[in-house]
Design a protein around this ligand. Structure first.
Ligand SMILES: [Zn+2]
Length: 140
């Protein structure tokens, strides 16, 4: 792939999400929790999607989640996915409540199960962006 090829998998941090990406670089997963109704949400927004309060605080998530649903992607022509297929596009339920779109890694496809225990891991894509991914919790 040419060095300047566009990447379709990387977010562009803005002031409302920069703390999230800064934490990801340090290996910490953040969610936002509403002071008014107590609910956590993801992706990070400057207001609560449940009650619309703007009293939302950053909170470090446990990194624990369960698998809600997934799809094994065999074809995706957008860079860099073409080099990565097949991969697991997944939706996970964070322990704090929010549902998050992500990838499951380090897991044979045939071992994927609804409700399986996952933990967050991070993959550095660039100096600025590390993506939160999930892998099975080791069985020990
Ligand atoms: Zn709220």
């Amino acid at each position: 792939m040419a060095g300047g090829a566009p990447r379709f998998d990387l977010p562009t941090p803005d002031p409302s999400t920069e703390p999230f990406w800064e934490a990801s670089r340090a290996g910490r997963l953040l969610v936002r929790r509403c002071r008014a109704c107590g609910r956590a949400h993801f992706y990070p927004r400057p207001f609560c999607p449940t009650c619309w309060s703007d009293q939302v605080d950053w909170e470090e998530a446990s990194g624990r989640a369960t698998l809600y649903t997934w799809s094994v992607v065999h074809q995706n022509d957008l860079p860099p996915f073409a080099e990565r297929v097949p991969y697991v596009a997944a939706v996970v339920d964070l322990e704090e409540g929010p549902r998050m779109m992500t990838n499951v890694v380090d897991c044979p496809f045939e071992d994927l199960r609804v409700g399986m225990a996952l933990e967050v891991t991070f993959r550095a894509e660039t100096e600025e962006i590390s993506l939160p991914l999930f892998r099975p919790v080791p069985a020990w």
